[in-house]
Write a protein that binds this ligand. Structure first.
Ligand code: PRP
Length: 216
């Protein structure tokens, strides 16, 4: 049988994902010495890890070329898609927040507001929930620049430690919601390889949420 193929988000979530595999007893030596390789065997070839950008993890899982994926809830909220979200893995914890220049009253007054974000859909949903008409500009990274340069009044972005905001004279105006890494599964794989997927997801679940008695 082909190995189950799992797409892992490169970067921030990568080392925690590898640690999780190790915790459930999977040999990750290839992942730990990957060089520039993008497809690597895990657990002696029982699994195959694919290293991809967050949004691409969703694309590969949706199209069924990967059976599973590990990706942030932030990317899931922004892109949506047709797959099962089966497990909150508990790592990669951060939050979505509206942030802006310190001491500025974002909600006061009647003038039209502009918000920059790497997550325009999340930002649009957030403001439509408030029945606020806000212009949203998509920025690819270092979104904190937009209010500093005068392009936007505020940003909707991920806040982890708060350091980037602090060091750039910005502050959280309002928290939107918490996010963390999720295990996602292709809809067809969920049917065709149910037992293997449930076994893997079950081991992951026990590793991230050990039962009371097992806690060290
Ligand atoms: C994220 C986010 C913030 C920063 C928050 O950016 O967009 O800029 O991290 O982290 P902190 O609260 O711990 O400072 P990332 O580092 O992923 O880079 P990017 O902005 O270039 O996408």
């Amino acid at each position: 049988m082909k190995p189950l193929r799992i797409a892992l988000t490169k970067g921030r979530l990568e080392s925690d994902a590898v640690r999780l595999f190790e915790k459930i007893g999977c040999d990750c030596s290839a992942l730990n010495h990957k060089g520039r390789k993008l497809i690597l065997p895990v657990a002696g070839g029982k699994l195959e890890a694919v290293l991809a950008k967050a949004a691409d993890v969703i694309t590969y899982v949706e199209h069924g070329v990967c059976d599973l994926g590990i990706v942030g809830k932030d990317t899931i909220m922004e892109h949506g898609g047709n797959f099962y979200e089966v497990l909150d893995l508990g790592f990669g914890r951060c939050r979505f927040a509206l942030a802006g220049p310190k001491g500025r009253d974002f909600f006061g007054g009647y003038s039209a507001r502009t918000v920059a974000s790497k997550y325009p859909n999340v930002a649009a949903d957030y403001f439509s929930g408030k029945a606020m008409d806000v212009r949203i500009i998509r920025i690819e990274g270092s979104v904190e620049l937009a209010p500093l340069l005068g392009l936007a009044d505020a940003i909707v972005d991920i806040v982890e430690t708060g350091t980037t905001l602090r060091e750039n004279g910005l502050e959280v105006i309002e928290d939107i919601c918490g996010v963390s890494a999720r295990l996602i599964v292709n809809a067809a794989s969920m049917k065709l390889r149910k037992d293997e997927i449930e076994n893997l997801a079950g081991r992951m679940e026990r590793a991230v949420r050990p039962a009371e008695g097992e806690r060290k």
